[in-house]
Design a protein around this ligand. Structure first.
Ligand SMILES: Cc1cc2nc3c(=O)[nH]c(=O)nc-3n(C[C@H](O)[C@H](O)[C@H](O)COP(=O)(O)OP(=O)(O)OC[C@H]3O[C@@H](n4cnc5c(N)ncnc54)[C@H](O)[C@@H]3O)c2cc1C
Length: 414
């Protein structure tokens, strides 16, 4: 072992939680990001601590719902058709991940990863002085018809099989919990274990402040690659010509991790599922908790800076310009469901979910280089899974048992 630090590449929620977990255990840690803590996908997400979401995206029924989603201009899924050739191998793997056996295995792995979320976040939020950022108010999914609810039966049953509390709601229950919703929802499901944060960006920046205050170093720079000695990586290279030596490195660069892993000898089918939302500073209505629209698959989150409305998936890669028509489409639908909604002065945002086709992240040691660990690919659940990912990486680096089987998350599973 050298005197060099552990370098974490990427200061999103996953990298920041990892850096903090390592620092808390006494390691010297440097985190490097080309922008700054939380400036990418972790900045504007929906803020859900979605500990109940054990259902992978690709399930036996998903594929049959895709055409109707794609051809609905206000639907939850869109593909930039020019990107289709590049996307096809990922889509093929995504489809194959949806067999009953695989879904059962992925759900079990997700359940393991999600179960310790609160226990792992607790000390981090406490250290950063932001425990009050977490609202443990549950979350409702609401449907306009029993038929819509029936389409999601597979997912609700799968959650129940994993011991997750799911409470059916009548139209009257929904009205009572959220009087601001238009009275058009016939039924719903409540997941009391879910929670949300007042501001996901603040979670990362508060952790970054704590990290700095405890001696952690935050560098700004784009990592372009690695330097090797006898085939073993020992330094990261940056675009401004620096070389930063490390004892170990953790790749936590979100949707941009693929080329870094490739340089380290691991090919991963990482794609991005782009998502959009609008945050309304003065929405003119009040919601008590997070709400998912079961018919449209996007969410309302009441946050410190206003009401955030959005979600959806756009498959268009990392380079295509944003299409904020997606955010506008969701806002238009929201106006129907939230009478009196004031849509003035909204801030539109797009983020790049880092997604593997089996809905599981990569969390673990490189099989090629023992001083490299990976922590990326958290898709729709990076905020939720950040703290546990960080703690697991710290356990693995120290040779401790992380408390559950982490083999489903290995980088060479594809
Ligand atoms: C619309 C939307 C809603 C969402 N809602 C939720 C939700 O409710 N709950 C939930 O759990 N998750 C949610 N997510 C998912 C969540 O936001 C992501 O999974 C999570 O932010 C990923 O975190 P990350 O740290 O892996 O990536 P990022 O936050 O993208 O961080 C990666 C960092 O790496 C840096 N980087 C990249 N390449 C390099 C390089 N070469 N050199 C240096 N730095 C580099 C980037 O600058 C960036 O800061 C949502 C996502 C979207 C888009």
């Amino acid at each position: 072992m050298t005197d060099h630090p552990i370098i974490v590449i990427g200061a999103g929620i996953v990298g920041m939680c990892t850096a903090c977990a390592l620092l808390r255990r006494g390691h010297a840690v440097t985190i490097i990001d080309r922008a700054g803590p939380g400036e990418a996908t972790s900045k504007g997400n929906a803020g859900g601590i979605a500990v109940t979401e054990v259902v992978p995206l690709s399930t036996p029924g998903t594929i049959w719902r895709v055409p109707s989603w794609l051809f609905d201009p206000l639907g939850p899924l869109s593909i930039r058709w020019s990107y289709l050739p590049k996307l096809t191998p990922w889509l093929w793997r995504f489809w194959r991940a949806g067999t009953p056996d695989r879904v059962a295995a992925q759900a079990a792995a997700l359940a393991d990863l999600l179960a310790p979320s609160y226990a792992d976040y607790d000390p981090l939020l406490e250290a950063a002085g932001i425990r009050d950022i977490l609202f443990r108010r549950g979350s409702m999914t609401v449907y306009e018809s029993e038929a819509s609810l029936a389409k999601d039966t597979f997912g609700w049953e799968l959650r129940r099989r994993h011991g997750i509390t799911v409470e059916p709601l009548s139209a009257a229950d929904i009205r009572e919990r959220e009087p601001a919703l238009a009275p058009i929802f016939r039924c719903g499901m409540l997941m009391p274990e879910w929670s949300h944060v007042a501001d996901p960006y603040r979670v990362v920046t508060a952790l970054a402040d704590w990290f700095r205050s405890e001696g952690g170093i935050i560098e700004t720079g784009q990592v372009t690659g690695f330097e090797f000695d006898n085939g073993k990586p020992h330094s990261v290279r940056t675009d401004d010509g620096r070389s930063l030596p490390f004892a170990r490195a953790v790749v936590a660069a979100g949707a941009w991790s693929k080329p870094l892993a490739a340089q380290l000898g691991s090919a991963v089918p990482l794609e991005t599922e782009r998502g959009y939302n609008t945050t309304l500073p003065e929405p003119g209505i009040t919601l008590n908790g997070m709400i998912t629209l079961g018919d449209h698959k996007f969410v309302f989150t009441p946050m410190a800076m206003g009401l955030r409305i959005g979600g959806a998936v756009e498959l268009a890669g990392l380079d295509a310009p944003p299409n904020y028509g997606r955010a506008k489409a969701m806002l238009k639908i929201a106006e129907r469901y939230l009478p009196g909604l004031n849509t003035a002065d909204g801030t539109e945002w797009m983020g790049f979910r880092p997604s593997l086709p089996d809905s599981l992240p990569v969390v673990g040691q490189s099989p090629v280089h023992h001083n490299i660990h990976y922590a990326f690919g958290h898709g729709h659940l990076g905020l939720t899974e950040g703290a546990t990912t960080g703690r697991v990486i710290a356990d693995l680096i120290e040779g401790n048992d992380p408390g559950f089987d982490v083999r489903p998350f290995r980088v060479d599973r594809f």
